[in-house]
Design a protein around this ligand. Structure first.
Ligand SMILES: *Cc1c(COP(=O)(O)O)cnc(C)c1O
Length: 390
């Protein structure tokens, strides 16, 4: 296989599957419960199928996605591991997901009725995980709706229409200990919701609450399953902590134009940047459509010839400019935009700080235009090649 540069490419994202395997094993060792690997949003931009093979090989036993379309993509690729999806329209057609044995997160009575209807129609039992809102105030049934949801689910279970496999909730601030809602408050609300489930005659096999941050720092939230996302990809979920995770994503590009300009020149749209002296400017063909945040204009940096070079002026849709100061550069010089940080290149967490967002948004933002190449994960990549999926 020729390298991306030999093929005249503009940029490439490499995904280190060995790093993802390492992170999976590390999380599995920390957790007191089995690991559900969250592979939604194309595995946070890393590629859902290669990541799925890798995490299952490395010890994850469940998979989690937001939508049924994502869950069905896994099944179509031959993935037989348990899958949970959790974001659905009330009037969605659940038939295919039920037939494919996808477990369904349920936050409302309307969703529950719809799922029961679909299950009856296809003649299969749907497995559901009832979601309670323990304080995040996003998904999940609130406390008044919870009792009714439990009663109805218990009734449908007694009639063999569905199986309540899980009861679950989602934390709002596990990575930011001083923030709200406090983890302890959510755990107490979850405990109450579990007691109410028992009172309704339900005995769910899987209770789950923890995300990545809680998996690493809050053992009381592990219950029967932990749902890990960002940490799988090697990003430390608790700011300031360093726990041996290895970032998997590297985004590389190269210069496509180099020019010298005098001091005081305005650069890029609206001239929001001016050169402080005579400068070499390098044009790099990645922009906000590729995931370089526009908010990182005049703030971000990328590594070229071993040094960080500031992003000069506004990041455009397809390109950005680096100011190399007095240094020279050649056409085709490698530019490390984002990576593990081992050679001094910026990390996803640094781009997130420049763009006033979180690393999740930076990683999921790496655009479809950037080809992915997979390193390591021998078994995972071999299987995918056989299926012609990479
Ligand atoms: C995305 C998501 C996760 C993963 O969260 P991380 O903080 O990335 O570990 C877990 N559970 C649910 C319900 C999610 O939507």
């Amino acid at each position: 296989m020729t390298s991306w540069t030999a093929r005249g490419g503009l940029a490439e994202a490499t995904v280190d599957l060995d790093a993802i395997a390492h992170n999976t094993a590390l999380l599995a060792a920390r957790a007191t419960a089995p690991v559900l690997a969250v592979v939604k949003a194309d595995a946070f931009g890393h590629g859902m199928l290669p990541v799925t093979r890798t995490v299952l090989d490395a010890g994850a036993t469940w998979l989690g996605v937001a939508t049924n379309a994502e869950a069905l993509r896994l099944r179509e690729a031959g993935v037989t591991a348990p899958v949970l999806s959790w974001l659905h329209a009330h009037d969605e057609d659940f038939d295919a997901a039920i037939l494919a044995g996808v477990d369904l997160g349920v936050s409302s009575a309307e969703h529950l009725e719809r799922i029961a209807e679909c299950a009856t129609r296809v003649g299969a039992r749907a497995a559901v995980h009832l979601k309670v809102d323990t304080g995040l105030r996003r998904g999940g049934a609130d406390h008044t709706a919870w009792r009714a949801l439990l009663d109805r689910a218990a009734w449908l279970q007694r009639r063999g229409r569905l199986l309540v496999r899980g009861v679950w909730s989602h934390l709002g601030a596990a990575g930011a200990p001083a923030a709200s809602p406090p983890v302890g408050t959510q755990v107490r609300a979850f405990e109450l919701a579990l007691r109410e489930a028992r009172d309704a005659g339900l005995d769910p096999e899987l209770r789950h609450l923890a995300n990545s941050a809680a998996t690493l720092t809050e053992p009381a939230t592990h219950y029967d399953l932990v749902r890990v996302g960002i940490a799988l990809y090697g990003v430390e979920p608790v700011a300031g902590r360093s726990g041996g995770l290895r970032p998997a994503m590297t985004l590389r590009s190269r210069t496509v134009l180099v020019k010298k300009v005098p001091a005081g020149e305005g650069v890029s749209y609206e001239h929001r940047y001016r050169t402080s002296g005579e400068s070499t400017l390098a044009l790099v063909p990645v922009g906000f459509a590729d995931g370089v945040p526009r908010l990182a204009s005049n703030r971000g940096a990328a590594l070229l010839a071993g040094r960080r070079r500031p992003v000069a002026g506004l990041v455009a849709m397809d390109q950005l400019v680096l100011d190399l100061g007095r240094d020279e550069a050649n056409l085709g010089d490698e530019v490390l935009v984002l990576g593990p940080g081992d050679d001094g290149e910026p990390t996803a967490a640094e781009w997130a700080a420049w763009a006033e967002t979180n690393p999740h948004e930076v990683l999921t933002g790496i655009g479809a235009r950037i080809p992915r190449r997979y390193l390591g994960g021998a078994r995972a990549t071999r299987e995918l090649e056989e299926l012609s999926l990479v």
